[in-house]
Design a protein around this ligand. Structure first.
Ligand SMILES: [Zn+2]
Length: 113
């Protein structure tokens, strides 16, 4: 399960941050997720609740922030935003584009105590 593994990674990152920044409880987590990461938000929420049970993030709120993917268009010679793989360039309509970002998943913001 893709989402389960992601949540375990997030929890691990939270525990590391808690040691460094010295906080004991996490109230809310904002996750920035690339449009190409193929993450199902509902599955992510469900797994997050399961994985964080009995941890410093138990009962915390999960906010999912979708980040548009970036691709390089050769004819335009610039970076453009796309929503999915194989999207054409929104400016000139050419494809395929070279995807350069959009699969990331990172913690954008935390509300802690
Ligand atoms: Zn283009």
């Amino acid at each position: 399960m893709h989402e389960m593994a992601l949540c375990e990674g997030v929890l691990q990152a939270l525990e590391e941050q808690a040691k460094i920044l010295n906080f004991a409880r996490v109230h809310a987590v904002w996750l920035a997720i690339g449009a190409l990461a193929s993450v199902e938000p509902e599955a992510l929420r469900f797994n997050f609740d399961v994985v964080t049970q009995g941890t410093l993030a138990e009962g915390s709120r999960l906010e999912i922030v979708t980040v548009l993917a970036q691709a390089w268009c050769l004819p335009c010679g610039e970076k453009v935003s796309i929503r999915q793989y194989f999207d054409a360039c929104p400016q000139c309509g050419s494809h395929p584009l070279q995807v350069i970002a959009g699969e990331e998943l990172r913690i954008q913001q935390l509300e802690v105590e």
